[in-house]
Design a protein around this ligand. Sequence first.
Ligand SMILES: Cc1ncc(COP(=O)(O)O)c(C=O)c1O
Length: 376
Amino acid sequence: MKPKLEYINSQLKNIRKNNLYRKMYDSKITGPYITINSKTLINLCSNDYLGITQPKISNKQNQSSSRLVAGNDNSFRILEEKLAKHKSQERSLIFPTGYMANLGVISSLIGKNDLVLSDKLNHASLIEACKLCNAKLSIFKHNNMSDLIHKIKTKARRKFIITEGIFSMDGDFSNLNTISEISEKNNAIIILDDAHGDFVVGNDGKGTANYFGVSKKIDVYISSLSKGLGSFGGYVSSRKSIIELCINKSKSFIYTSALPRLLIDDATKRFESNREKNRKKLWKNVKKFSAGLKKIGFNVNSNSHIFPIIIGKEKAAIEFGEYLFKNGIFAQPIRYPTVSRNHARIRISITARLTDDHITKSLSVLESAKRKFHLI
Ligand SMILES: Cc1ncc(COP(=O)(O)O)c(C=O)c1O
């Protein structure tokens, strides 16, 4: 008989062999820096896009229960009302994470005889959520509207289009204008995961749909509090009835403990801070970095704060990342299955915390890395 746990080591060996092994660094983040093994680097890996300064919060007792049992502190209601207003929706509901919001909301709204049209590059949490629905799943080519038009013709009880606002690993915007038109013609429901656009783009940081002027066409907004806001948690904003259904059906809401009040207060304080000041700084930095990247010959297809430097092979991306690390820059290689095989990349995210000097230094290291690795 084979030892019963042998398969674990063999799976790990395989992951290593394919250059897909992931490891966690012991790290400490201080402002724009990250310290790993006593080495301090410029952090180009943070999703804390606005870099809002840590607000002071009181240490109230935690609920330690599901919100439906004994954990519905009024701090939730206060933040949910603010988030609903932020999205011009009737109600919001906070989940422990954005990942759990996607699982809970999507599996509550979509059922067996429905058709889900999901962008090929949608985040893993959306993919997992779609699997939970038992619906007919149709993946359309990334941002390809003719493919969407073709695939939406399939007969179904109800049709749903699911897309991200700004794609997390590519930094490009979803084609929300056309998606809105297609949904209208086909009576389809749009679910928008705007984890990377929320608080970052649009008027007053209202997100990608606002940026495109199609806010009213979106049926369900899902987002994270852990990116633009730099806090923790996930939420959904929509009409009252949809939120009510989520409260009643979302397993990732019903059967888990509520977030600690400490985190809700933290998110509320950040929400109320002068976000506009940080947003302005972020976009100033993005402009500077983007222009610099072009100048040194990187042809990066992004008009957001997320810049994918496509390397290709997994091993090459690891080496590129290691070179950046040695030279004081922290930017992780992103590999399969987060992106497709041979499309490994260095994902750079620009934040408001970076100074002009950080950007100049980062560009200079990237330029020398480009030369060393013969990137075109
Ligand atoms: C598009 C997208 N949706 C959802 C999530 C999950 O958000 P959270 O980190 O709050 O679980 C992420 C996180 O990376 C994401 O990129």
